[in-house]
Design a protein around this ligand. Structure first.
Ligand SMILES: [Fe+2]
Ligand SMILES: [Fe+2]
Length: 299
């Protein structure tokens, strides 16, 4: 049975009670300012995401009973918090996992609204104008491989936060490519070939990090344990070895991937601080794109 129109997240703009189906994208146990433990649950459907809070007496066992990526029937109350902010979230009273067949999967799969052909052309253009033969060969090894592109063009870029929909990784990558094109005009000393190569490869590990396609987006076992920064590096390094990419280039590209989440001190997953102009540009472009996109997705 399909969700009722008024129960889709994009339409939750009034304080009221609700009983409807939502996919669980994130669950975290937090402690309130008064020292009370509660569950912070991010709920999604194909129209967006909403923050939910639940205050059960047995927080740990309720937390463990909820499966990430599952679709649940949720009973609770929608309210505006903080009052007058225009931001709506949900206080959850009951959350029960549904079985396959008890919900319509199309209600929970979000897809890009962009024309993917245009985005694929942007990637093709960036590779075509590349002058560095080694980097061009490396990129072609990925982007001329149908098996890779089929996954890359469909994958989401996240479970929550930003670009968390089918085609999100392609949107995210091309948006950063456009930001970096502008940066190369402002700073002509940037090595465009190196920067574009880093942009196109920095998140490729996300094709293995998430489960998607037939159900709500979740983490694969590999993604949960290794995460996309390591997986991207591993995929790129493997290809570099088979193509005998010179070490000096190999180190530059791997450095960009390893540092694209910014300084280690941020705790965002980088294993090394960005140290080159290209690595810094990629990090800030990546971060800006993610943050601006997230802000629009939350509107
Ligand atoms: Fe990333
Ligand atoms: Fe990224």
């Amino acid at each position: 049975m399909s969700k009722k129109d008024e129960d889709f997240i994009e339409n939750l703009k009034l304080t009221r009670d609700i009983s409807s189906e939502f996919a669980v994208a994130e669950k975290i146990i937090r402690t309130s300012a008064k020292g009370r433990k509660y569950l912070d649950i991010t709920l999604t459907d194909r129209t967006g995401q909403i923050d939910g809070r639940m205050f059960p007496s047995d927080v740990e066992s309720v937390h463990d009973s909820i499966n990430l990526g599952s679709v649940c029937n949720v009973i609770g109350r929608i309210s505006e918090f903080p009052s007058g902010s225009g931001k709506f979230n949900m206080v959850i009273n009951v959350i029960d996992e549904l079985k396959e067949g008890e919900y319509l999967i199309e209600d929970f799969v979000m897809a890009s609204e962009n024309n993917s052909d245009d985005l694929v052309l942007e990637i093709g253009k960036a590779i075509k104008e590349m002058k560095d033969v080694q980097l061009k060969r490396l990129l072609k090894a990925f982007f001329c491989d149908n098996n890779f592109t089929k996954q890359f063009y469909n994958a989401p870029a996240a479970v929550v936060h930003h670009h968390n929909y089918m085609g999100g990784l392609l949107d995210h990558t091309v948006e950063i490519l456009k930001i970096c094109r502008t940066m190369c005009k402002i700073f002509p000393d940037l090595n465009q070939d190196l920067l574009f190569c880093g942009v196109l490869l920095h998140d490729i590990g996300k094709i293995k990090t998430y489960t998607y396609g037939t159900g709500p987006i979740g983490f694969s076992e590999e993604g949960d344990l290794l995460d996309h920064v390591y997986i991207s590096c591993e995929m790129v390094k493997e290809k570099m070895i088979s193509l005998e990419t010179p070490e000096i280039l190999s180190n530059q590209i791997l450095h960009m991937i390893l540092s694209h989440h910014g300084y280690i001190i941020y705790g965002w997953g980088s294993s090394v601080d960005p140290k080159t102009p290209e690595a810094l540009t990629l990090h800030y472009a990546d971060n800006m794109d993610a943050k601006v996109k997230e802000a629009f997705q939350r509107l």
